[in-house]
Ligand binder design. Structure first.
Ligand SMILES: [Zn+2]
Length: 370
């Protein structure tokens, strides 16, 4: 770095900005399709309408269906007798998604035996989620965020599918195709957002599509009872779980960690987040709580950390307001006990201790139903 010079510029004393106007516009005009129903029938009508609106906004109509082709590339036994398969699945024509499948020696004989575990940023995609601790950079990411929740689920007896979402791990686009630690851990979802949005697509739409295709694959294998599957994720993985559960009714249990905040504080006032979080037009229609309310009747765990900076200046209050939207929607159907809010100390991080008690609760909900 050279010395800081101020003699080559004009110094600005007053800036003429527009952030405040955008915030005001969001307050005045935003969330016009938010949850406000007062009867079960009105909720169903609202749900159908918002699902369609969101599907259009994220560009699901612009995805290209293709036959379900898959190839198994690897099969190894890892710790605790868990078998790890690596498969690639064709999600759109010529677009392949690598997935680690962790199969426990003894699969839970419970209503929902299969879970998808979506990755968040800075964990090299499926490598951290599937617990590849023997890779030092991955081990550090796991220790920082407790990122190995796919492996933790397999240890609890669930068949767990850990995909690389678009732009992550082996799906990095050209900008980060280097064998450096930084490139390996990072993702090109930022670049994908710029490529997709002018084409009427979004990263959220592409990731949601891929998880829907993964459910097709899980069901087509026919090895486990999976009329419904579970989905979980932390941070960007929480974002994917939020959207996949809203768009696909086959998701019967949702675990969203570190991704439930009001959009205004978290993505407008705080505006340095990755471009993959942004959907053109979204805030005019819905807040995060409205999207999560579409998961009903699925049991849902929302996990929040008290000092998570991503919640914005009002902190946990910005989470609680969204929780209230979700609870209202579930309450209307007498299902409020299906929502669990797990609050932990510290910053942005996944806490696996919540998994076993919540899953016992969620499975109970389904006993006798499936
Ligand atoms: Zn991103």
């Amino acid at each position: 770095m050279g010395e800081i010079r101020v003699d080559r510029i004009e110094q600005i004393n007053t800036y003429y900005t527009c952030k405040e106007t955008l915030e005001r516009r969001m307050v005045m005009k935003g969330r016009k399709s938010g949850f406000r129903s007062e009867t079960k029938e009105a909720y169903q009508e609202w749900r159908t309408g918002l699902k369609q609106t969101l599907s259009d906004l994220i560009g699901l109509q612009n995805m290209t269906p293709c036959p379900l082709r898959a190839e198994t590339l690897e099969k190894v036994v890892i710790e605790d007798g868990i078998t790890r398969e690596k498969v690639i699945i064709e999600v759109e024509e010529d677009v392949w998604m690598p997935v680690y499948i962790l199969i426990p020696e003894k699969v839970n004989e419970v209503p929902i035996p299969c879970f998808m575990a979506a990755p968040g940023h800075l964990g090299a995609g499926k490598y951290s989620v599937a617990g590849r601790r023997e890779i030092p950079a991955v081990r550090d990411a796991i220790e920082r965020f407790h990122y190995d929740y796919g492996l933790q689920m397999a240890k609890l007896g669930y068949v767990t599918f850990c995909p690389d979402c678009r732009g992550f791990g082996e799906r990095r686009e050209a900008a980060l195709q280097q064998d450096t630690e930084n490139a390996f851990l990072n993702s090109t979802c930022f670049h994908l957002a710029h490529m997709a949005e002018p084409l009427g697509q979004t990263v959220i739409g592409m990731c949601t599509w891929d998880l829907m295709r993964l459910i097709d694959y899980i069901q087509a294998r026919g090895e486990w009872k999976c009329e419904k599957v579970g989905c979980l994720g932390f941070s960007g993985g929480g974002m994917q779980t939020l959207w996949a559960g809203a768009m696909d009714d086959r998701i019967g249990i949702s675990i969203i960690s570190g991704y439930m905040y009001g959009y205004r504080d978290s993505l407008l006032t705080l505006n340095g987040n990755c471009s993959c979080n942004y959907v053109p037009g979204l805030w005019m229609h819905a807040d995060m709580g409205d999207i999560a309310a579409l998961h009903a009747p699925a049991p849902m765990l929302i996990q929040s950390c008290r000092e998570d900076d991503l919640a914005g200046h009002s902190g946990l209050q910005n989470v609680i307001e969204q929780l209230e939207i979700i609870r209202s929607a579930y309450r209307l159907q007498g299902l409020e006990d299906r929502i669990v809010h797990d609050v932990r100390p510290g910053g942005h991080c996944f806490h696996p201790e919540c998994l076993a008690p919540f899953l016992a609760h969620a499975q109970k909900v389904y006993e006798g139903e499936l």
